[in-house]
Design a protein around this ligand. Structure first.
Ligand code: ATR
Length: 269
């Protein structure tokens, strides 16, 4: 019997997840179906419960339901606990398990696809919303030298830094205007400004041979354009999208799909 999976969000029409997971399934000869499900803004739990009852095996969860998904779980992985949000649910006979694959997806894209190591580097994370929170701990897990969180609302950056488990990594919160120039090796845009094309009021923060990474995908954002003009190497979030999906697929199926061909397919579209 075909195992059923889905992605739940609102909006959901433009989600690439069905395409990605069907490609993974074909490649690994897994018999699964995967569809998009639109849930009402106040109706996540009801929709998820009905999928459990219908015998679905799991779902991916996207904006704005990652916190609802966190609350829906019976059991959560450390990744989910650290992010405070869940993007992948697995429905089992013992209950609902939840994890968050966003941070590992980002780290994998930077390390394996872009070939850039994070260890010992000076990292700047722009933003302190759900997207930033989801990737902070996995980035710290790579033991950079420094990690600065900068955000328009400085208080949110401070809160995020204060509750992180930094180990020996130097972590700090900064306002945009106070960022040092020509300092950072990896700059990650986790704000939602790419959607509105707002320019972040940051100085030229890029060190030599730095990487600028926008977690958005599908467009050349102003952040990316400015970083390129400042001499940085630039990447969008398409690799992270595919890698977080691969982590979810592995969490469900115990099989790790290859990602390069799927990234190429999405880029070609
Ligand atoms: P997400 O889940 O995408 O992270 P979010 O939790 O609403 O969404 O967070 C949005 C992030 O983008 C925040 O860091 C937000 O900054 P504030 O915390 O100061 O609101 C940032 N952001 C959104 N619009 C912005 C703008 N016009 N200028 C600067 N930062 C902005």
């Amino acid at each position: 019997m075909t195992d059923r999976y889905a992605v739940i969000g609102n909006p959901i029409a433009h989600s690439q997840s069905p395409l990605i997971h069907r490609a993974f399934a074909a490649q690994t000869a897994q018999d699964i179906s995967y569809e998009r499900i639109l849930a009402p803004l106040d109706g996540f739990a009801e929709v998820a419960k009905s999928l459990v009852e219908q015998g679905y095996q799991g779902v991916n969860v996207t904006v704005p339901f990652k916190f609802d998904a966190f609350n829906f779980c019976d059991f959560k992985t450390p990744q989910a606990m650290q992010a405070g949000a869940v993007n992948t649910l697995k429905f089992t006979d013992h209950g609902v398990y939840g994890t968050n694959t966003d941070g590992d997806g980002l780290v994998r894209d930077i390390l394996h696809n872009l070939g850039v190591s994070i260890q010992g580097k000076r990292i700047l994370l722009l933003g302190a919303g759900g997207a930033a929170e989801g990737v902070l701990q996995p980035l710290l897990g790579q033991v950079p030298a420094t990690l600065v969180v900068a955000n328009r609302t400085l208080d949110k950056a401070k809160k995020m830094v204060n509750k992180s488990h930094a180990g020996e990594v130097q972590v700090a919160a900064h306002a945009y205007a106070d960022l040092p120039e020509h300092y950072f090796d990896i700059v990650i845009n986790a704000t939602s400004t790419g959607l509105s094309e707002t320019v972040l009021p940051i100085p030229d923060v890029y060190a030599e041979h730095s990487l600028a990474y926008d977690m958005m995908y599908g467009r050349d954002t102003l952040f990316m354009q400015h970083a390129r003009a400042a001499g940085a190497r630039v990447a969008d979030g398409l690799g992270m999208l595919v890698e977080q999906a691969a982590e979810a697929f592995f969490y469900w199926r115990g099989v790790r799909p290859a990602t390069q061909a799927v990234m190429d397919m999405l880029r070609a579209r």
